[in-house]
Design a protein around this ligand. Sequence first.
Ligand SMILES: NC(=O)c1ccc[n+]([C@@H]2O[C@H](COP(=O)([O-])OP(=O)(O)OC[C@H]3O[C@@H](n4cnc5c(N)ncnc54)[C@H](OP(=O)(O)O)[C@@H]3O)[C@@H](O)[C@H]2O)c1
Length: 273
Amino acid sequence: MIKVAVIGSSGRMGRALIEAMHVDSDTQLTATVVRQGSKLVGQDLGQLFGIGVTGVLAVDNILNVINDFDLVIDFTSPQSSMELLAICQEHQKKMVIGTTGFSKEQLLQIAYGANDIAIVSAPNMSLGINLCLNLLATTTKAIGANTDIEILDLHHNKKVDSPSGTAVQMGKVIAKAAGRKLDDCAVYKRHGIIGARGDKEIGFATVRAGDIVGEHTVFFAGNGERVEISHKASSRMTFAHGAVAAVKWLADKNTGLFDMQDVLGLADNMPHA
Ligand SMILES: NC(=O)c1ccc[n+]([C@@H]2O[C@H](COP(=O)([O-])OP(=O)(O)OC[C@H]3O[C@@H](n4cnc5c(N)ncnc54)[C@H](OP(=O)(O)O)[C@@H]3O)[C@@H](O)[C@H]2O)c1
């Protein structure tokens, strides 16, 4: 049985993770970590959130429970995830990182950390999105040179990063499959008289509204037709189930940086971003 600590366990994803693990027989929730000074310290969050008694009482310092788990699932913030990475390296704990919005330097630090511990990091843990990434690579190779490619992401009004981590990942996969560098062709905003669209651009557009869980559409628009590859998440449980699948997949890994393409066995078909 893999013993798991959930970090950020009172957040939207934290609750979904507690729920997903409550019904999973291969993993055991053994620690829940909340922000320092949180009034939830000492509470059984499963019971509090109406999921069920877990027998695990929340702590605000992971070091107090450091011997209770083998792996952490982290859906928090980039700053919190980087602090956690250092602790996990020092104490040899595996990580499943779902947090988004990392800088390039932070992504490099995660890759470096994977020399010491095994990490699955993915800005979107859903099976459907990861299948879409595969379809995007195939579609780009087939028609990318003759179409305008635009990426649209819709999320709830509490999301702090834009474009979404998933939209950026889609852009990276498309750019790689098209033989372009995303940094050279990405267009993140358009305003005013900006002139005609460049044919190599990969455009990003963002909607933030209401309680939208997460929707992504990639347009491949040509002359007389367009292809749209679209994914709509209707529940956070899809990300939580993906994270739990990543936990199990990491069981026999000691070091290395992996993503959901590896977990789902799709990596061979993909140009890695
Ligand atoms: N990879 C995926 O599939 C996927 C899916 C959904 C979301 N995400 C990403 O996951 C992250 C969290 O999303 P969310 O919607 O769950 O956000 P959220 O509801 O704001 O939850 C984040 C939680 O992290 C806690 N936290 C922050 N810093 C902490 C620290 N140092 N120690 C302990 N807890 C800490 C917050 O505590 P407070 O409540 O006290 O602030 C909050 O409970 C975001 O980056 C989001 O983009 C990824």
